[in-house]
Design a protein around this ligand. Structure first.
Ligand SMILES: [Fe+2]
Length: 475
């Protein structure tokens, strides 16, 4: 008999709490019209804790579940499955949580070395379709392959033995060549001060791994790839085994270590070629896009003054923190270059997207999740859940926004129309109503978000608030 989940941990309760079922639902109820030209699958990944957790629990520590909306001929089918990681299988057999994903030193004795040796992780953060494989990622471990239609677990994927590190949850795919560029932080051991950059060709073969020592051991969640550079942002969420052994936080915000942006030439660059550019203190989890023109690199990201969810080494959380779309500029022609930044949007925004056909190139349109302050969150004082889907036009610097009211929006995913100009296509967000406590897929015209969704596709259950998604076009 499974034990009840904590009723006080917000991440185990609505809208984050897990659903305890897997299902296949056919021909979902649609309000409005699903565009006929939209053909493919939208995936969402997120934590969905299987059993009452052992010890502390945080959203980052939940067992991964993938949700898929399969869209064709104006109809939508849905299915969801847990990813059968090694942890999931062990706990499924035991009928309870035996591993504490938050603390490797707190596992049942029989599994005492599990967290330290596990290669499969939680598969709870993001998905990507590349090289004919559907991968579910969690940045501390290898990706996990699932069947793109049935969502059945296939197994941990190490690119035929060539991936010797973890893999970021935010790989970048070159729109022309199909090459996927990705990285791992703390690449050569626990809390090592380095990253490993990997290149995977369009066929899914890992062709190159570049080891780059970094100024200090840092958690690096996302990065940027432009036409000529791979940009590795080292911002001071530091990792320290020593600190963890002394009972402190393994990861902490150490502002005085500063921001160091690593610029690696994309073609043929090695650790000797990397240039480190300093910049004023800031933190970005997610970048919208970046590009280089005449050796000036421009990068847009949702920037915090300091990161949420991370304390200083002595355990202090430093006040209210909201991200705003911010543009970085790095002029490589200047030998003494220092990065600069400018906030370019007045609204809070996170989970940014660009038109994937413009990844790494000069671009105009971006999208993100935002809030209007009408759906307050009990997690942090005076903060709100995201209940807005936003489009940002870099040319006019204007927003085009739609509020879903008393409903939480997921990261919106942009799907281009075949042959269309930049930004022409659809934007999809999984929206969870606080009234019905069920989720619906909202489909917007991506350049007319304020007009509201052209279709709402209703589930009779909830997709727990999760992290990232992706689109796989129909073959
Ligand atoms: Fe992320």
């Amino acid at each position: 008999m499974s034990a009840p989940m904590s009723s006080t941990n917000p991440f185990l309760n609505f809208p984050y709490g897990s659903i305890q079922m897997e299902c296949d639902a056919h021909d979902l109820i649609v309000e409005g019209e699903v565009p006929q030209e939209l053909s493919g699958t939208l995936y969402r990944a997120g934590p969905n804790q299987r059993f009452a957790p052992r010890g502390d629990y945080h959203l980052f520590a939940g067992d991964g579940m993938v949700h898929a909306f399969h869209i064709q001929d104006g109809k939508v089918d849905y299915n969801n499955r847990w990813v059968r990681t090694a942890k999931w299988n062990i706990e499924d057999k035991e009928g309870r949580a035996v591993v504490n994903a938050m603390n490797p030193f707190d596992c049942e004795p029989e599994y005492s070395d599990f967290v330290l040796t596990d290669k499969e992780g939680l598969a709870n953060t993001a998905t990507v379709w590349h090289g004919g494989r559907m991968l579910v990622m969690e940045e501390g471990h290898r990706p996990y392959e699932i069947d793109p239609v049935t969502l059945e677990s296939i197994g941990s994927w190490d690119f035929r033995g060539k991936l010797q590190t973890a893999m970021t949850a935010h790989p970048k795919i070159d729109p022309q060549t199909g090459e996927m560029i990705m990285f791992a932080y703390m690449a050569t051991g626990p809390f090592s001060a380095d990253v490993m950059v990997h290149k995977v060709n369009a066929e899914g073969i890992l062709t190159e791994s570049i080891h780059v020592p970094t100024p200090y051991s840092a958690m690096v969640h996302d990065f940027v790839v432009t036409e000529n550079y791979i940009v590795i942002p080292i911002m001071p969420i530091t990792g320290s085994l020593e600190r963890a052994m002394e009972g402190g936080p393994p990861f902490a915000w150490e502002a005085d270590k500063g921001v160091h942006i690593g610029i690696l030439p994309r073609n043929g660059g090695t650790a000797e070629d990397i240039r480190w550019i300093e910049m004023d203190l800031c933190f970005v989890f997610h970048f919208m896009n970046g590009f280089d023109v005449d050796d000036v690199i421009t990068i847009d990201g949702c920037q915090f003054n300091a990161p949420p969810l991370f304390a200083t080494p002595d355990g202090k959380i430093t006040g209210k923190k909201q991200p705003f779309l911010t543009r970085w500029t790095i002029d490589l022609k200047d030998d003494n270059a220092r990065g600069t930044f400018e906030q370019i949007d007045q609204h809070e925004g996170e989970f940014p997207q660009c038109d994937p056909r413009y990844m790494g190139k000069p671009y105009r349109h971006g999208w993100y999740a935002s809030c209007d302050g009408e759906l307050s969150s009990p997690l942090w004082e005076n903060e709100s859940y995201y209940n807005v889907v936003g489009h940002f036009d870099h040319e006019t610097r204007k927003d085009d926004r739609f509020s879903c009211g008393q409903a939480m929006t997921s990261e919106p995913i942009f799907v281009p129309t075949a042959g269309g100009a930049e930004g022409e296509g659809y934007l999809m967000s999984v929206v969870t109503s606080f009234e019905t406590r069920t989720s619906s897929l909202y489909i917007f015209n991506a350049l007319q978000v304020a007009e509201g969704p052209v279709a709402k596709v209703h589930l009779s259950h909830r997709v727990p608030a999760g992290f990232h998604g992706s689109w796989r076009p129909a073959a």
